[in-house]
Design a protein around this ligand. Structure first.
Ligand code: ADP
Length: 498
């Protein structure tokens, strides 16, 4: 009997108002895991009402006290890490060691943002008159709508929920429809840690619930991670309503390998970045940009290591590559492998499904002979497919790296410090790695991308607070009288900002 996953509204676990449900499927076994509340506009409205009710008290809880709740969240996540990781592997297929890493991101973020409770730094600056004081404070915004995908079912929501909470906001969270059970267990941690009812609400469902959240007049800020296509829809709708939006969307990340690179290090990093989470990380490497001299040896190493990867149900500790998240994702990979073949790429290994009875598995695939203008070199496939592009120089490598519509993460392998620093200067992505794959961002630094990857906002680090706070500039006049300079100023300028 499949488990029932309910919405979490005002501290209560409730079914969708209309009683509608949908099923989730284990992508490795194709078994039904859960029956889930399918929320509509009415459910979103109930969640926003609960958040509105909780917000006035929550914003007045001193930030250090809010931080203590986040520390408790971190501790509970540590205690429940193994169970959460197993649920995640069952729901979306990433191998268990990576699922543990996903939960760990949230633990790190909870401690980091808990500490923000004693900072939330604003600033003071000198002012133009005597007996006057000026300061800029970070204020809460109100109700935040959070919309996330399935590929990091705990890490990505934690990057949004934790900074939004420490800043004193209330939240309505719409998780990815493939990972509702993981999201529900994650939300339960907040209730158990002592977060007051209604401060964090969860509505399950698909695009309809997401759209209702974006359109709801009570929601001031939308923080979205997902596909570019949906992200642009969210941005457009929110713009009509004058809302602030934080977007994290697609990627087409590359590793550059120069002739002088440590080949062993480079090969390991490429395999891990390209095929970890079955290529379904927003920071996954989907292009290898390799200099001509090192290319033959590197390709031999990659083909060999790809051949050795163990594919299967990721709950087994020895499995290295799990399934795609669902049938649609598998079909997308199959489609793009067809596109690659039509474009004339050379399939070095993979290019089909493994011989397994069940599950949405696809073989890790290497495309050689790819040119930068091919579709497979520019469009996001979101699967275990790596396109290999040959270049002659660092300059050409940088140009190829920068020549795609996305700009999330990039990496270069070289032992030459001059080349490394030129790359840091010239690679136009939000994240740059030297002698490390394109994945593995740490939560204390800004996370996000340039060009089509986002809209200029960043998650994680203290920059995460920018999405979830409003600046309030405060002027305190303690002179006790109308000052001459002020009258003159007002006469000349007609008053600033009228
Ligand atoms: P992915 O395929 O990577 O999950 P999507 O962009 O389809 O990417 O989904 C990301 C999140 O956006 C999911 O929670 C999904 O339900 C939600 N979503 C889908 N369509 C819309 C929409 N029109 N408005 C708001 N959210 C949406």
């Amino acid at each position: 009997m499949a488990e029932m996953v309910r919405n979490f509204i005002g501290g209560e676990w409730v079914e969708a108002r209309g009683g509608d449900t949908f099923e989730t499927i284990n992508p490795a076994t194709e078994e039904v895991i859960a029956s889930v509340a399918r929320s509509t506009r009415e459910d979103v409205d109930a969640a926003v009402k609960a958040a509105k009710q909780a917000y006035p008290n929550w914003r007045l809880v001193p930030a250090p006290r809010r931080g203590e709740i986040l520390y408790r969240v971190a501790q509970l996540l540590q205690e429940r890490k193994e169970n959460l990781a197993r649920t995640m592997t069952q729901e979306m297929g990433k191998v268990i060691s990576e699922a543990r890493g996903d939960v760990q991101e949230a633990i790190d973020m909870a401690f980091f943002m808990g500490g923000e409770g004693r900072r939330l730094l604003g600033y003071t600056a000198p002012v133009e008159m005597p007996n006057k004081f000026g300061m800029a404070l970070r204020d809460s915004v109100g109700i935040i709508g959070i919309i996330t995908p399935w590929n990091f079912p705990i890490a990505v929501p934690s990057w949004k929920i934790l900074p939004a909470l420490i800043a004193g906001n209330a939240i309505v969270f719409k998780p990815g429809e493939d990972t509702p059970r993981t999201a529900a267990e994650f939300a339960r941690v907040f209730g158990d840690a002592g977060l007051p009812p209604g401060v964090l609400n969860v509505v399950h469902g698909a695009g309809e619930a997401g759209e209702a959240l974006v359109s709801h007049p009570g929601v001031r800020v939308i923080s979205f991670t997902g596909s570019t296509q949906t992200g642009v829809k969210v941005y457009t709708r929110a713009a009509e309503l004058g809302k602030k939006v934080c977007l994290e969307m697609g990627g087409k990340n590359a590793i550059i390998v120069l002739d002088d690179a440590n080949i062993e290090l480079a090969a390991k990093a490429i395999i891990w970045s390209a095929f970890g989470t079955t290529g379904q990380r927003c920071t996954a490497t989907s292009r290898l940009i390799v200099q001509s001299g090192i290319r033959p040896k590197l390709i031999d190493a990659l083909v060999e290591q790809t051949r050795q990867l163990k594919i299967g149900y990721g709950i087994d500790e020895s499995v290295q590559v799990g399934p795609l998240v669902n049938r649609k994702a598998l079909e997308k990979v199959e489609y793009y492998v067809g596109v690659g073949r039509d474009e004339g790429v050379d399939v070095l290994i993979g290019g089909g499904r493994p011989n397994l009875d069940k599950g949405y598995f696809y073989l890790p695939t290497l495309f050689d002979g790819v040119s930068p203008d091919m579709r497979v070199a520019k469009e996001e496939i979101f699967g275990p497919v790596l396109s290999i592009i040959e270049v002659k120089s660092l300059e050409e490598a940088v140009e190829v790296n920068n020549g795609v519509p996305y700009g999330l993460s990039s990496s270069i392998f070289t032992e030459n410090v001059n080349a490394a620093f030129r790359a840091i200067r010239d690679l136009t992505t939000g994240i740059v790695y030297i002698n490390h794959g394109t994945t593995g961002a740490e939560i204390q630094f800004p996370f996000g991308g340039t060009r089509g990857t986002g809209n200029g906002m960043r998650e994680a680090g203290q920059t995460a607070l920018d999405a979830f706070t409003e600046w309030k500039s405060v002027y305190v006049d303690y002179s006790g009288r109308l000052q001459r300079a002020q009258i003159d100023n007002d006469a000349v300028l007609g008053g600033l900002g009228n």
